[in-house]
Write a protein that binds this ligand. Structure first.
Ligand SMILES: Nc1ncnc2c1ncn2[C@@H]1O[C@H](COP(=O)(O)OP(=O)(O)OP(=O)(O)O)[C@@H](O)[C@H]1O
Length: 264
């Protein structure tokens, strides 16, 4: 089975440790959400996994073959049309122009864009449409690993729910693994199989929760209840800047034993 193994990762900017001794595993078909306070190193960790940064210490071993990334800002090429933005990765793989445009157009339509949108430039698209294009670009190469850095944070709830569904459909049909960052605990509860809570100064993993109920059968009320339960956990409250509260009994969640590299 394909997997990503992160071992004893430490990263410094200058003299400051922003990540300390982070170890994590991610397996094919799994969605793992990283949550934690601003500045705890979530994006740094994602950039290291994407190969955009070399860690100061530790290693990342990935058995995944394809990588798709989506960030908070769509980061589309302003001089390229919708289809050409989606087809960017296919062009890099030397897929002939007609074939890559055909594939990109089919994907765009599956993601809810319309025929009329295909030849538009990013400035002619709404924010939500740009997010669909960015998701299309991330999915175009059928990656078996998707890295998502708060991809839906700027969108309204209706569009978020729609894009969650599209993402899940695409990821499930390909058995892709997803490593996502979110500030929205409810989004993590809706989408993730595991939630890893981080703390800052230095950035580290402090707690992991396994959500045993399959995504497809999670109802809104289960999501609200589970989020509320999580919000009672000390590390989660601290991470979200809330006053410490009473520890609730976790009836819905299966709490995982902390793995190597975690500090509680
Ligand atoms: N290129 C850089 N040079 C120096 N310091 C950096 C650089 N990038 C990030 N940092 C610092 O590293 C720390 C971690 O940043 P990072 O963006 O990884 O955190 P984050 O958890 O993703 O934050 P947020 O949730 O606010 O996006 C922060 O203190 C940030 O200021």
């Amino acid at each position: 089975m394909n997997a990503l193994h992160i071992r004893h990762l430490t990263h410094r900017y200058g003299l400051e440790d922003v990540l300390s001794n982070v170890s994590l595993d991610l397996y094919a078909g799994e969605t793992l959400a990283l949550v934690g306070p601003s500045g705890c190193g979530k994006s740094t960790l994602l950039h290291i996994v994407a190969g955009l940064l070399t860690p100061s210490e530790g290693k990342v071993v990935s058995g995944f073959k394809g990588l798709g990334c989506m960030f908070q800002q769509p980061r589309l090429m302003p001089w390229k049309t919708t289809v050409d933005n989606i087809a960017l990765g296919l062009k890099a793989l030397s897929v002939p122009a007609a074939a890559r445009r055909r594939q990109a157009a089919a994907l765009a339509l599956r993601l809810g864009l319309e025929e009329d949108d295909l030849q538009k430039y990013p400035h002619e698209l709404s924010g939500g449409m740009q997010s669909r294009v960015a998701l299309g670009r991330a999915l175009a190469l059928a990656p078996d690993l998707l890295l998502l850095d708060e991809p839906f944070s700027a969108l309204d709830i209706g569009l978020k729910l729609e894009l969650y569904g599209l993402l899940r459909e695409q990821a499930q049909s390909r058995g892709s693994a997803i490593l996502m960052i979110t500030h929205d605990l409810m989004e993590a509860v809706r989408l993730a199989d595991r939630i890893v809570m981080m703390a800052a100064d230095p950035g580290r993993l402090v707690r992991e929760f396994k959500l045993a109920l399959p995504q497809a059968v999670r109802t809104d009320s289960w999501i609200y209840q589970t989020t509320a339960e999580l919000m009672q956990v000390e590390e989660v409250r601290v991470g979200f800047g809330l006053q410490p509260g009473n520890l609730a009994s976790l009836t819905v969640l299966n709490e995982e034993a902390p793995h190597k590299g975690c500090r509680i």
